[in-house]
Design a protein around this ligand. Sequence first.
Ligand code: NAP
Ligand code: HSE
Length: 428
Amino acid sequence: MSNPLRLGVAGLGTVGTGVVKIVQRHGDLLASRCGRPVEITAVSARSRSKDRGVDLSTYAWEDDPMALAARDDVDVFVELMGGENGPALDAATKALQDGRHVVSANKAMLARHGQKLALAAEKSGVSLRFEAAVAGGIPVVKALTEGLAGNQITRVMGVMNGTCNYILTEMERTGRAYGDVLTEAQQLGYAEADPTFDVGGFDAAQKLALLAATAFGSQVDYDGLDIEGIDRVNLADIEHASELGYRIKLLGVANNSSDGVDARMKPCLVPENSAIGKLEGVTNMIVIEGDSIGQVVLSGPGAGEGPTASAVLGDITDIARGLNIPAFGVPADRLKPAKRAAASPKAAYYLRFLLTDAPGALARVATVLGEGGISIDRMRQVQHAGPQAPVLIVTHDTVRSTLDKVLQVIADLDVCLAPPVAIRIEDV
Ligand code: NAP
Ligand code: HSE
């Protein structure tokens, strides 16, 4: 058998210990699949004394990930520390410049510095791989860069943050409060070290930026994304959406047209009987549309120790087999400059108003919508009690900027008692 592939694992948290466990458990399986042994030679984390529930005694220890990235007995620097800049970026850059492959689960770093790192990898003739950074265990980067390479990809979309999907589905299922369910998601190891990255939509947006670049062969454009998290989604909207036959999901959509790329990560309503509508818990789902294939739907666990480590090992296996695929499917110096579309396609919207329960209040709202060219598809009044009347409206397809102007006029009416809520209904 050939020489072993030697790993240096930086970061021994949820994902890092998962990787150590797989390498220890599946040594023979990996060796037979790769045609050579896959071994860990050295590891790094902040605290050497922490009990991580795995035997690290046969590995060299480095306090400094930079030292790990520079070791002669490391062929692949496996970056599982996290962080957009700092030690992760410095050590990954060093490893690539010195001619070591890099496998990373770090979407924050890749969404900002992915192209620069890919260029460094190509200059040194080594691989940069990041399957685990997008949708946890789902092999979506591999699907885009290999299996679907013969397609012009027109749209990628999906649910890409397990923590948010877990929170939304648990809130709907149990009626529990947002904060309570978020704490549980943290305890289960799904959430980022700072869960604001999850609930603010940033983690999922980083994944969408990586997916869009890989799907469309364009430079990573995280700043071009329209981002809104789930922290303002309330239980009432989850319940009302359900009464109307919809579920609320934090949905990422990247649409590629002649106008450019329209990419957004926002809470959306989707039909409850659609594949995305039925998605429960920490499960992620990615939908890819290509000119030859039509639609492909991939789903699976998007976070957690085993699934994320599984994706890391997929990349390591490719490297052990001698495969060197460009990180974004196209050599980094040939990625197209990102071109942003001027506006999102038209869509229907779910609107919620809190109105004075008095004659003519609803008529005034309907009049303003009509005068603004917004057509009503469905309407109902809910939980009618006391002097206030919550009203739900589903519109026909409309342009968001037009809707925003109309909602501002309605917000200023004396019959409107709270800022109107508007959530896009996505065609999935
Ligand atoms: P984690 O549990 O917080 O673990 C981070 C590890 O990195 C810890 O072992 C920590 O050391 C180590 N570390 C942090 N800063 C370091 C430094 N300056 N020098 C050396 N070691 C350092 O994080 P995680 O959940 O495993 O996530 C790791 C990466 O995978 C992140 O980029 C994350 O976004 C990504 N990811 C995570 C998941 C998931 O489900 N958790 C899924 C997909 C992608 P100590 O243990 O000593 O503190
Ligand atoms: N915090 C992320 C999630 C981990 O909940 O999906 C996977 O990237």
